[in-house]
Design a protein around this ligand. Sequence first.
Ligand code: HEM
Length: 524
Amino acid sequence: MSSHTRSIANETHFLKALKPDRLSIVLVGLVVAYYIALYFRQKARNYAPGPTPWPIVGNYVPTEKSWLFFHDLCKKYGPIVRLSLAGNEMLILDDLEDVEELLGKRSSNYSSRRQLTYSGKYRSIDKRLVLLPYGPLLKKQRAAAFQMLNARAVGGYEGIQERGSIKLVTDILKQPTKAYISIKWYTAETLQTLVYAKRFSEDGNDLKTLLHVLETFIQDMHPARYPVDNHPILDKLPDALSPWRAEAKEKHDYEFTFYRRLLREVKQRMDNGENLECFAARLWEDVEKNALDETSMAYLAGSAFEAGTDNTAGTVLWALVAILNYPETMKKAQAEIDRVLGKDANMPPSFKHFEDLTYCTALVKEVFRWSPVAPVSAPHQSLQDDVYKGYFVPAGTTVVPNIWAIHHNEKHYPEPFLFNPERFMPKNGEKLGTESLNEGHCGFGFGRRVCPGQYLASKSVWMGIVTLLWGFDILPPTGANGKPILPDPSAVRNGLTAEPDAFDVVMKPRRAIDVDALTQAWAN
Ligand code: HEM
């Protein structure tokens, strides 16, 4: 017998000798040894404090209102908390100073994203800007987005935003019970005009498709939603045992078909001789300079469309929730609007009134602070090992800046749960420019991943809210007991972003509005 045959015989003998119970003991022993080794390795490194992870699965993280869960942990362990999701390191930051240091000053290390198998690899085939890791494709996509969305370029879109807000008023006048969909229409159509140079058709089919994409995407990108995102080994299982894979691919087919159609329509119109001023046209013109393939272009244009619609509409909806709970702020803003435009103004405010509507601007900024629509931003990921305040932060750590907690920190915002626009009123009566909308809060994220659409977004939010205040008294419905039914500011839709839960609102016209004249203005 050769030595090789002998060793196989020995192994077989050894395995036979292991009865199932002995095998279990060996396996358990290995797991215990692994965790003891892990424990000592981690002891040797000084990790940030946090709850002890469970074997294999690690710490629990809820998919609902995770910002409140994270903040509670920080109250217990301190402003920097370490969690482990099945071996994936997570650092929760509760304080602005730490976020500014890591995601701002050290942004060369903290600007990547965790690679999600479900929503990144299969659903977005690694092309969706918000999920891209730090690298060449991200830089190309951000550079192309910057061309369209930088503060100067955005100055040229004011007419589109103003026309959109006129339509918002007329839509609500025609269908006062459908304010929710009118607001979504307003933000999405502004984006669609900028990105694809087209408005929605009457049936709103493209809006419905977009909202359907968004509804599932904001849930899918939560890092705790799919087990495969924390146990990548599950991706090795065959399709028969991984029904989630087919589901993710189906979502990809649905959204990609939609985004590619919109992109190709623009190309078709350009080929037909139309001179189009929009982001997609710019992408086609600069196709060589940008070096982006058609799939990347479709996802990039689609990203601007989707990211802009949901967060912008969500913020306008939060303004309604705030106003319903704090009606005195509505009265003050309306008094300012009437003073600046005149009581009988028959057209809504435009950006030329911006500097004089200081209280309205303070109110909009307070909405961004009071209820950030992206309460945990989009988590960043580190590329290399780092040490911060003596804590070891290994490469690949997911860093979660808790924007909600920062915005509710008494140190920076006294009585933080109060909706109080006065906190943003300039002390010496100075006039504010539109860029001030993005200052004094961190609703648009941080460092090299800061929201590229922030200048456009804040102006759309301002325009939407100020127009609604000009046209309507925003009132709560009355319950059977004669008391007003107020929306609960803590009730949110499930997902990584936070839109208010459905609520009822009465939009009562506060002036005689000539719908025909407004419709005419919108159509031009
Ligand atoms: C009120 C509206 C909006 C809010 C509150 C908001 C907020 C945010 C936040 C917090 C992030 C993550 C930043 C980070 O990782 O540090 C983000 C990313 C992003 N936003 Fe916005 N956003 C808004 C509107 C828009 C608009 C209008 C557009 C496009 C036209 C847009 C495009 C994007 C894109 C493409 C990303 C991903 C950037 C990246 O991963 O590098 N957003 N936004």
